[in-house]
Ligand binder design. Structure first.
Ligand code: TYM
Length: 376
């Protein structure tokens, strides 16, 4: 549960407090996604993707420049990733679904990084075998999202160390300990692996350029928590003779509790892609809502969708049609829609989604090998 008084902390390893996204734009020095930029994107994508239309992706760096390059006939690569610390939840899918959309529209190649090394280094009780195991398991979720096998390479950090280490040392040589300490809040007692690790997460920004000898722009879709990595990487890029990687940042999908992002550390408020549909349904049934304590009060005063995870899931993932969403909002506000009814409607959509995703996950086992980078 994230209380309003708790200090806002957003780092790759901790997200807590009430998130003020405008403040993050200021503090991280990123740019808001403006109406003008949306219009420009729309020229290429046709109808804007739900996650852009509804402001889930809210901030960027150099996205306008990526479009300049693209319009001038240059290709760019996409890069995103996962720290395999357990099963994937539907919050993780948010940037991946958007990345697939970008791959479809712009025909871009995607590098997807599995940081089994990172999760081993930051979790005191993790063995390397455990995080590597999750990396191969989570790769099935990535494939299930529907990426193009001919344009997607999944990098397994430990397995692919041969290729990535050669680039990581070039990056690492140009970053000081004090920079990493400040950007990631590390201390004297942090293990030295995690001090080096940001150089590894920087590598896929440059891998296409390194492997082809052509300076290729890179765009990274991810939630805003990953931003410290890109701040450091952007400083290094020109020193290596490469373009600074561009970013497009999304907000966090909330958990099913009261406030706070969806996080695997709170499994009851988290919908995992591997949850049995009935288990997910039960979690939804137990979820916090923006509703009133009694049916009578709800009918009289209406609910508050602005704090309701059930509404958010429709808003960010499960209700594609704006008209239907607006209708849900209206009915909720004026007390026509009761929370129990809304939960049943959402649970049906989530169960359908999970059944489909789980089928695709099974099929992904047959093609996993074709997606793996394997030091190529
Ligand atoms: P990880 O595994 O913490 O998260 C994977 C991706 O999911 C995003 N994310 C969320 N998005 C929306 N709502 C949420 N509740 C939510 N929780 C997490 C994260 O921002 C991320 O995009 N170090 C990384 C792995 C990584 C990576 C990358 C991520 C390596 N290279 C490049 C993005 C881009 C990590 O541990 O992600």
């Amino acid at each position: 549960m994230a209380s309003d008084e708790e200090e806002m902390i957003v780092t790759p390893w901790t997200v807590s407090g009430k998130i003020d996204y405008s403040r993050l734009i200021e503090e991280f020095g990123t740019q808001p996604i403006t109406e003008d930029l949306l219009k420009r994107i729309k020229k290429h994508t046709g109808k804007l993707h739900l996650q852009l239309r509804r402001g889930l992706f809210f901030s960027h760096r150099d996205l306008d420049w990526i479009l300049d390059m693209y319009e001038a006939g240059r290709r760019f690569v996409l890069y995103t990733g996962r720290g395999p610390s357990g099963p994937v939840h539907i919050g993780h899918l948010v940037p991946w679904i958007f990345t697939k959309h970008l791959q479809d529209v712009f025909g871009s190649k995607l590098y997807f990084q599995m940081t089994d090394d990172e999760k081993f280094l930051v979790n005191p009780d993790f063995t390397l075998e455990k995080s590597t195991g999750f990396a191969y398991d989570n790769a099935l979720d990535v494939i299930a999202v529907g990426f193009d096998v001919d344009k997607t390479k999944i990098i397994m950090d430990v397995e692919d160390a041969g290729t990535i280490y050669k680039i990581a040392v070039k990056v690492a040589k140009r970053i000081t300990f004090s920079t990493i300490k400040a950007a990631f809040g590390l201390t004297e007692s942090s293990n030295i692996g995690i001090i080096f690790f940001p150089a590894i997460q920087a590598v896929p920004c440059f891998i296409e350029s390194e492997l082809t000898g052509e300076n290729v722009p890179c765009l990274i879709p991810a939630a805003i928590d990953q931003d410290p990595y890109w701040r450091v990487t952007r400083d290094v890029a020109p020193k290596l003779g490469y373009f600074k990687p561009a970013q497009i940042h999304c907000k966090f999908l909330p958990g099913l509790g009261r406030g706070g992002k969806m996080s695997a550390s709170l499994p009851e408020t988290c919908i995992f892609t591997t949850d049995l549909p009935e288990v997910a349904e039960k979690k939804i049934w137990n979820a916090f809502t923006g509703g009133k304590p009694t049916v009578k009060e709800q009918k009289l005063h209406g609910g508050d969708p602005s704090i309701c995870p059930i509404y958010y899931y429709d808003y960010y993932l499960f209700e594609e049609e704006d008209e239907k969403l607006n209708e849900t909002y209206r009915k909720c506000r004026n007390g026509e829609l009761l929370c129990g009814e809304h939960k049943i409607m959402l649970a049906e959509k989530v169960k359908r989604f999970l059944k489909e995703h789980q089928k695709k996950r099974e099929k992904a086992k047959d093609v996993l090998d074709d997606f793996l980078f394997k030091n190529r």
